[in-house]
Design a protein around this ligand. Structure first.
Ligand code: 6PG
Length: 232
């Protein structure tokens, strides 16, 4: 089990390089131990620099891409070419620069108008234990698309659920706390001073994941820039 920890770097770009290196090391270790590496990625602005770093010349040849299977932590219910699509974001900033087989890319079918169906299909697709989840956190303490007060936080059985989000776009498919708890490693990327108070709540606040869902990732490795780490 990942023991957790906090890494603070001066600026987001430097943070992204350290995060990319952590992903590479986690992947190499997973491949050494199990022959394969499964990781689920998030949307949002924060991880973009990390996705770009991973696909950059700087790390060319370092990541065992041929043994890597890519999944998503959550998806907005839009088509893959929509600007809000998390698949689209990862594609633009990383996948389009790599040469992966389509069988290595396991996206959530955000364009399925039957959200329950999309969640059920994706729930069957993801491995029971993911090697790594790359998560972010919103100013309200959400992670993946698990928002404060969401019934999804009490999901007793399914690894993937559909939710109605208070942030647009309203319909989303997300991993549940079960999938977060099952994952071998968690990385949480957070930058910006506006998130400093919620970083504190997530890491050391009273345990209440219904109010601060990102507490579910407390055992993970947190990558913070100086501003987000202001209170730590
Ligand atoms: C999503 C994400 C979400 C994200 C946070 C932080 O699809 O929106 O998966 O959980 O990580 O909202 O987003 P920023 O990095 O843009 O602040």
């Amino acid at each position: 089990m990942n023991p957790g920890g906090i890494i603070v770097k001066e600026d987001p770009k430097e943070l992204a390089r350290v995060a990319a290196e952590k992903i590479i090391n986690t992947a190499l270790r997973a491949v050494r131990l199990r022959g394969t590496f499964t990781m689920a990625l998030s949307g949002g602005n924060t991880p973009i620099l990390t996705y770009e770093a991973l696909a950059s010349r700087e790390y060319e040849g370092d990541m065992p891409w041929d043994k890597t299977q890519i999944y998503w932590c959550d998806e907005r219910c839009v088509s893959p070419d929509h600007p809000d699509s998390n698949y689209g974001l990862v594609h633009r900033h990383m996948l389009s620069k790599l040469d992966l087989h389509s069988e290595q890319i396991h996206r959530i079918i955000g364009e399925d108008p039957d959200y329950e169906h999309a969640a059920a299909v994706y729930g069957r697709l993801i491995p029971p234990v993911m090697d790594l989840l790359v998560l972010g956190m919103g100013e309200d303490g959400h992670t993946a698309s698990l928002f404060p007060g969401s019934p999804a936080l009490a999901e007793p059985k399914h690894k993937v659920v559909q939710v109605v989000s208070p942030k647009p776009p309203p319909h989303r498919i997300t991993i549940s706390p079960i999938a977060i708890n099952n994952a071998r490693h968690l990385m949480v990327l957070v930058t910006g001073k506006q998130k400093a108070p919620v970083v504190m709540r997530a890491l050391v606040g009273e345990w209440d994941p219904d109010k601060t869902p990102a507490q579910l990732a407390r055992r993970g490795l947190w990558f913070l820039d100086r501003e987000a780490a202001a209170g730590v």
